[in-house]
Every structure is written in structure tokens, then in C-alpha cells.
Design a protein around this ligand. Structure first.
Ligand code: SF4
Length: 477
């Protein structure tokens, strides 16, 4: 189903029909969530670390202009180049300009959600430049011509059989799905060729450190190291908010991000890259470029109601606990970022696109995302604010407006409320079975389509209280 033409409700319905997807997403998110709880327990004082993380991120976002200029100065001092790109289009143009200047035909990439936001691979291919994802999960979904369905586990929805089929299509050989060692060895061999021939390495940036002008990458497969050390040019792309003031602040994030994301004490590789190769160093790129991408973030920064969403460190923990994401997976959200963070940031980054404004309704508002978030972003509050904004901007249906007008009218006066309840209890009678509305009613279909709705009681609490009082008084007498 095309995301451009469908609603979240329609895409969710499609996803719910896919039993494999639901099983795979549930088992992986269960595992990630259990690991997270164990590792935060092992660290101790988790709430202290969370609060420290929140303070650091809030401080950076409140002083972003200062830290961005400090970062820029230090990147230049280290011999690197820094570019501020207002739009995704500008960022893509910059990458292509660098690629053309160095006559690159092949780009190797380490995982980067911002580059997904920019549709960078597609743009490079249009210029005749091959772009190869080297994170295993990203490589799999690139072969499948799909986007990521989880922030840190992009191919969460694919099983071994599907992966074996994809590899067979690539190589013309048969693969045994249960032989995961051969599958992994195949990907490793293919990617090694690409590492050796790639002229440019493109990475994301988990954090940029303002005081040193460095970028920091958390990875588990070692591909990030290859991408940043073998090609002669390294381009790092970051959302403009992904800054930390100092290396000490990075220590806090090192404790929070891997634990919240996968339940690891630390990812297998933590790379801190400070500019291009210096004289006397044996490896590293000849050129280092850092692209700082705005792409709608400045507007969020200006908005006090939603600024907090820029505190996000993209750990994916909110996805793993979300009762909606766990049922429908990531593609149903229709854009790059899935889950609760996606339901907040997608409508904000695409403010002028009505297509994504229904995402805040993909939530039960249970606040499990807030409890899971290592930097305490109150996503459930932001979802409510986005819904309110939809109402203010007239993005709600006529039915919804009418229902809430009637609801408000009835609840403003005790008399009207009593009349409304009595009327509802009479009107429901033809549909009532054993105290539940069991028929599918057009306006209540969201409830009655999949479950029974408890019927209105014919008697209000006040009426019942009166009867009870009479009984009590009789008993006393
Ligand atoms: S909102 Fe919080 S839990 Fe979700 S990805 Fe961002 S930092 Fe992680």
C-alpha cells in the first residue's frame, strides 16, 4: 500500500494481516526490552542517569547556536569541512558535489537515519553513483528495496527464508535459510569487496562533540570503522541537534544509549573521529566533511510546545514498549521514523504535508514510551498536543467535531447530562445483548468492529444512590 495515498489506519489494517510481521516484531522487541531492563538494573541508579541525560540534552537544545558554532570552529581546526544545510535537498546536493569533485563512482554507507530522511541513496543512484549499505540489516532492506522498520533493527520484519531468497536473487546461488553462518559469510564477502573499492564513506553521527570537533559512532558490526577508515573521503551527516558539549557528556550517553537500545553495556565499537588522517597516521580518510542538517528542525526548536522532541538520541527504546508499534511494525508509519518518536517527529518535520498529520492518533497514550525513554521525553504529552493542534488547524473530520460538540454540550449541564444518558440507554436497546453493544454501529465502529462495548446503564449513580439511601434509612429505622 502506497504511503502517499493511504492513512495510518489503512496501513495499520494491512500490517495486522501479516502474522509473520507481528510475531517477528513482538519477539525482537520483547528481547530488546528484557535486555534493557536487565542492563539498567545492573548499572544501578537508572533514574539518576536518565535525569542526567535529560539535563544534558535540554541544555544543548537550549543553547544550540552556541554549541553549533563551537563545533564548526573545532571541525575546521582539525582540518575538516563543515556545512550547514537548511533543507534535505541542500544536503544531498552537497554530497553529490563532493562525489563529483573526487570523481567517485561508489559510496559505502554506515547506518544513518538522517540519510534515509534525505533519500540519499536514490539521489546518488540518479547520478550514476552506486551507494551500498554496509550494516547487515540495512544491506538486507536495501536489497529488498524497502526502508527501515525499526530505528536500530532495520530488518526486524524479515525472516531467514526471505533473507536467503534476497541473497539468492543477488548471486544466483541457492542458500539454505537455516544456515545463518553461510548467509552472514555471503554478506560479509560481498561487503568486503565494496569496502575495498568505495571511494567515499558516508556515516551518520550518534553524537558530535562540540569541544573537540569530533563525531562519535556507536556500532556493533565493525562496518562503521571500515567506512570511516578505508575510503579516501568521509562524509558524516547529522541532524543539527545531535550535539554534546564535552567528552564527559559522552560518557553519560555511553551508559544510556546502548543500554536503552539493545540492553548492551556498550556497543561492540565506539568510534570517535576527529578530522581527516593526520601526518604520521596509518589509516583514515584524506578528507573529512560534516553535514549539519536542519530540514525542519529549526521550526521545532522555535516551538516551545515541541522543542523537547529534539532531545531524542534515537535509541529505539520507545518502539520496543509501544503497544501500537509492537502490533503493526514500522512501515505502517509511512515515513522514516516509526513508533512513538515517529508519531511525534514525522508530523513536525513534515508540518506542511497533511499526509502525516494522522500519526499522533497511532497511540493509546499509555505513556510506556515515556517510561522507556532514557532522556525522559514525554512523548505521550506531545502526542496529545499534536492532536490538539490538528483540531485547531481544522484537520478533524465532521463526525469528530460534531460528536465532541454534543459531548461538551451534554457535560456542561447536569440536567442535560442526565437526559443524554437516559436517551442513550433507550437508543442502545435494539443492539444490547447481556449488557454489551454487540452489533457494528457506523459511528462506534472503532470500538464495536473488534470488541463488545459495555452498554450505558439505564440508571444513573444519583438515582442508584437515592434508592440505596432509602434502603439504608429503612434498615436504620
Ligand atoms: S524518544 Fe526517547 S526512547 Fe524514543 S528513540 Fe528517542 S531517546 Fe529513544
Amino acid at each position: 500500500m502506497s504511503a502517499e495515498r493511504s492513512t495510518i489506519k489503512e496501513r495499520a489494517k494491512e500490517a495486522l494481516k501479516d502474522d509473520y510481521l507481528r510475531g517477528a516484531v513482538k519477539s525482537t522487541t520483547d528481547r530488546l526490552r528484557t535486555n534493557k531492563l536487565a542492563s539498567q538494573e545492573a548499572l544501578g541508579n537508572w533514574e539518576w542517569w536518565r535525569e542526567r541525560g535529560r539535563q544534558i540534552r535540554a541544555h544543548v537544545v537550549a543553547n544550540l547556536d552556541y554549541y553549533l558554532s563551537q563545533l564548526a570552529e573545532n571541525v575546521r581546526q582539525n582540518g575538516g569541512h563543515i556545512y550547514f544545510c537548511e533543507t534535505g535537498h541542500e544536503a544531498v546536493k552537497q554530497v553529490i558535489e563532493i562525489a563529483k569533485r573526487v570523481k567517485a563512482r561508489s559510496v559505502v554507507k554506515s547506518k544513518s537515519m538522517v540519510s534515509e530522511e534525505l533519500h540519499l541513496n536514490h539521489a546518488l543512484e540518479q547520478e550514476g553513483i552506486e551507494a551500498v549499505e554496509t550494516d547487515l540489516g540495512e544491506y538486507i532492506i536495501q536489497l529488498a528495496k524497502e526502508g527501515p522498520s525499526h530505528i536500530i533493527a532495520p530488518s526486524i520484519h524479515k525472516n531467514r527464508h526471505q533473507v536467503a531468497e534476497l541473497f539468492a536473487e543477488t548471486d544466483g546461488k541457492e542458500f539454505i535459510p537455516s544456515d545463518t553462518q553461510t548467509l552472514t559469510a555471503f554478506a560479509r564477502a560481498k561487503l568486503r569487496e565494496k569496502f575495498m573499492t568505495g571511494e567515499i564513506g558516508v556515516t551518520g553521527c550518534n553524537f558530535a562533540i562540540a569541544e573537540t570537533g569530533s563525531v562519535c559512532l556507536f556500532t556493533n558490526e565493525g562496518n562503521g570503522r571500515m567506512v570511516t577508515s578505508l575510503p579516501k573521503v568521509h562524509i558524516a551527516i547529522m541532524g543539527m541537534e545531535r550535539i554534546l558539549p564535552t567528552v564527559e557528556d559522552l560518557e553519560v550517553m555511553m551508559n544510556l544509549l546502548p543500554r536503552a537500545g539493545t540492553g548492551q553495556k556498550l556497543t561492540s565499537y565506539v568510534s570517535i573521529i576527529t578530522g581527516p588522517r593526520k601526518s604520521g597516521e596509518v589509516d583514515g580518510p584524506e578528507e573529512f566533511h560534516l553535514l549539519v542538517v536542519d530540514n525542519g528542525r529549526s521550526e521545532i526548536l522555535e516551538d516551545e510546545d515541541f522543542r523537547q522532541v529534539l532531545h531524542c538520541i534515537r535509541c529505539g527504546a520507545c518502539l520496543n514498549v509501544c503497544p501500537v508499534y509492537r502490533q503493526i511494525g514500522g512501515h505502517a508509519y509511512g515515513w522514516v521514523y516509526p513508533g512513538p518518536i515517529g508519531a511525534v517527529i514525522t508530523p513536525l518535520l513534515n508540518e506542511r504535508n497533511d499526509q502525516y498529520q494522522d500519526l499522533p492518533y497511532a497511540s493509546s497514550l499509555c505513556a510506556a514510551c515515556y517510561e522507556a525513554c532514557p532522556v525522559k521525553i514525554p512523548l505521550h504529552d506531545l502526542l496529545v498536543k499534536l492532536r490538539a493542534r490538528n483540531v485547531e488547524k481544522g484537520r478533524t473530520s465532521r463526525w469528530e467535531k460534531l460528536s465532541f460538540r454534543m459531548y461538551r454540550h451534554a457535560f456542561r449541564s447536569p440536567k442535560r447530562y442526565r437526559v443524554a444518558i437516559r436517551l442513550a440507554s433507550r437508543l442502545q436497546k435494539p443492539f444490547l445483548r447481556h449488557g454489551f453493544i454487540q452489533a457494528q454501529l457506523p459511528i462506534l465502529n472503532g470500538w464495536t468492529g473488534a470488541r463488545d462495548l459495555r452498554g450505558f446503564s439505564g440508571e444513573s449513580f444519583r438515582d442508584r444512590w437515592k434508592t440505596l439511601q432509602n434502603v439504608l434509612e429503612k434498615d436504620k429505622g
